[in-house]
Design a protein around this ligand. Structure first.
Ligand code: PSU
Ligand code: MN
Length: 298
């Protein structure tokens, strides 16, 4: 299967110039329109201001694009027929000539395959709270264990079991590195009681840890935990109550599988009068900024 980088992305990779990979599920279903498109435009602008080439990854009519133009981004941001494509579904999406937004698992897989080293997202997938009865654990975790990439995030999706996810990341051999934090950030909230054993406070150190990982033969990702700015966070106590209410409502409405994330995000946004959306945008842009700086520092 061939991947199709834009001319700009191809030139940058060939000339060893900084490129930052971005997933597109955050655009397709992580945020509503038009905030998703505005988020994308701002992300692109942040990259260009730092002389880094943005490479959002999406499948459009069976073609895997690395680097999207305005029309392609608009398609992903607005078209309801766009599928959510994880790593195992790249092939079926391409074969069927379909369109798909990439998750962390598929985007990181494709980014690595074309030679990109750094990838920014909002929150990764992980172990769900009802794992014991559903076995719902994101492919993201396995993908991170087999993809040598620097992945910048602000924790895991807000409604997951953080403790179990951290445990699984250890089991799967994914290195955790706090960026200016000594505890695992909780997506909407910048700190938690989960201690991170290692942290750094500059991008040069992120790059050198990653290089040491590669030199020691590791093929897993370096997960950089970048907390949301304190001024934009929602206190854990407040947001946890809201998340619990949303999960109850979801169970009442018998929502399962792929529908769970969009339902919960919409419901949390409604209950917080869109504050959760603002926080989500703020942390995701902050991760783009840090990811771009890391890419530049290679
Ligand atoms: N975090 C969010 N919203 C999202 C996602 C993460 O706050 O929409 C997306 C990311 O693309 C992530 C994916 O890779 O959800 C994981 O989905 P699942 O749990 O179905 O594997
Ligand atoms: Mn899942």
């Amino acid at each position: 299967m061939k991947y199709t980088p834009s001319k700009q992305v191809k030139d940058a990779i060939n000339n060893n110039r900084p490129v930052l990979a971005l997933e597109s599920t955050i655009i397709a279903s992580g945020m509503p329109y038009p905030q998703n498109k505005e988020f994308y435009n701002k992300a692109v602008e942040i990259c260009y201001n730092l002389d880094v080439v943005p490479a959002a990854i999406a499948i459009i009519n069976g073609v895997v694009h690395v680097g999207l133009d305005q029309n392609q981004a608009e398609h992903i941001a607005t078209d309801d027929s766009v599928n959510k494509i994880s790593k195992r579904e790249i092939g079926v999406c391409v074969q069927g000539g379909l369109s798909g937004a990439t998750t962390v698992s598929s985007a990181s897989h494709i980014a690595n395959a074309v030679g990109i080293k750094v990838f920014s997202t909002g929150g990764i997938g992980g172990v769900h709270k009802d794992y014991k009865s559903t076995l719902d654990m994101s492919q993201d975790l396995y993908s991170l264990s087999e993809t040598p990439l620097v992945v910048v995030c602000s924790g895991v999706k807000s409604f997951l079991d953080v403790e179990k996810t951290i445990e699984s990341l250890e089991t799967l051999g994914v290195t955790l590195l706090g960026y200016k934090t000594s505890n695992f950030p909780l997506f909407y909230s910048s700190s938690s009681n989960f201690a991170l054993p290692f942290s750094v406070d500059n991008v040069e150190d992120v790059v050198s840890v990653f290089k040491c990982n590669l030199e020691s033969g590791l093929r897993s990702s370096l997960l950089v935990l970048n907390p949301v700015h304190k001024s934009d966070q929602i206190p854990a106590k407040t947001i946890n109550k809201i998340i619990s209410k949303s999960i109850s409502k979801m169970k009442l409405n018998k929502i399962v599988g792929k529908e769970t994330t969009p339902f919960l995000l919409k419901n949390i946004a409604k209950q917080t009068k869109n504050k959760s959306l603002e926080t989500n945008i703020s942390l995701a842009l902050n991760n783009v900024r840090l990811g771009a700086k890391i890419a530049k520092s290679f």
